[in-house]
Structure formats: structure tokens, C-alpha cells
Write a protein that binds this ligand. Structure first.
Ligand code: CA2
Length: 144
């Protein structure tokens, strides 16, 4: 196992900090990446942070995390969380532990967000703490 931690982000998260700050906060994805990199350095970890609006990219990157012997994947699959059997199957197909991450708490929101195909396959889930959710997930990954 390497010290590499993949941080994968799904659709529309490139808009973070620009729209709907009441739900998702004011931090951009770059802000989150910067803070994660700072903490990762202290923990002796390396972050590889990516975002895509395409489901297949997330599937490919999950496979890549395993091929690169990553320590963990922090995965905010965004809306694909609630729809994607392909991402569920990819998480099940790799040995790399996956931590589900959400800025908001989907369980307090619309009913269609209460189902998580990611959560059913992930090692654990952290949701509802805004940008801090990513930091908490990294702390967990550091202790594997
Ligand atoms: O709370 C989260 O992190 C979510 O994964 C965010 C997803 C949502 O579909 C999930 O239910 C929970 C939505 C991400 C969309 O991000 C935006 C950011 C700014 C403006 C509009 C959307």
C-alpha cells in the first residue's frame, strides 16, 4: 500500500463556491484541495484530487486507484451517489477502501437522496460537515 489518497468528485462539484452556498458552503473545490494537501503533508500522505461530470471517469479512476495501490479513495460521487450501479460495482470490485464523502447531509434532504449506491459498498461515510467532511475522511484514511 502506498501513501497515495485519491479524492474523486462527481458532477457539478466544479461549481462549488459559485452557486448554492447556503447548501454547499463558500469553499471552491480548489480551496478544499488546498486544505487537504496541507493536512496530507502533515500526515505523510499524497493527495490526487479530481473532478468529473462523467460517470465512466469515476469508474475508471476507482480502477486506477487499485492499480496504483492507493491507500484509500475519498469519494463524493455527488448525484451519481443516488443512481449509479456502475460506481457501486466498481467500489465492490476493488480492494482499495472507499470512504463516501458529502458536504451536505443527504438524509435531511429530498427522499431521492436517502438512497446511496456508494454507501452500500463503501467502508464508511462522512456527511453533513461541509468542507470539513473531506478532512474527516482524510483523518480516517490516515489511520488505516
Ligand atoms: O452534499 C454533497 O456533497 C452531495 O454529494 C452534493 C451533490 C448532491 O447531489 C448529493 O445529494 C449530495 C450535488 C453536487 C452539486 O454541487 C453543486 C455545487 C454548487 C452549485 C450547484 C451544485
Amino acid at each position: 500500500m502506498t501513501d497515495l489518497v485519491y479524492v474523486l468528485n462527481g458532477p457539478n462539484l466544479n461549481l462549488l463556491g459559485v452557486r448554492e452556498p447556503d447548501i454547499y458552503g463558500h469553499d471552491t473545490l480548489d480551496d478544499i484541495a488546498g486544505a487537504l494537501e496541507d493536512r496530507a503533508r502533515e500526515l505523510g500522505l499524497t493527495i490526487d484530487m479530481r473532478q468529473s461530470n462523467h460517470e465512466g471517469h469515476l469508474v475508471d479512476w476507482l480502477h486506477e486507484a487499485q492499480a496504483h495501490d492507493a491507500r484509500a479513495v475519498l469519494l463524493n460521487a455527488a448525484a451519481f451517489t443516488h443512481t449509479s450501479v456502475a460506481i457501486h460495482d466498481a467500489i465492490k470490485a476493488i480492494r482499495t477502501p472507499v470512504i463516501e464523502v458529502h458536504l451536505s447531509n443527504p438524509h435531511t434532504r429530498e427522499a431521492f437522496r436517502h438512497v446511496s449506491f456508494v454507501g452500500r459498498a463503501a467502508k464508511g461515510s462522512i456527511a453533513g460537515f461541509g468542507a470539513l467532511s473531506y478532512q474527516l475522511a482524510l483523518e480516517a484514511a490516515a489511520r488505516f
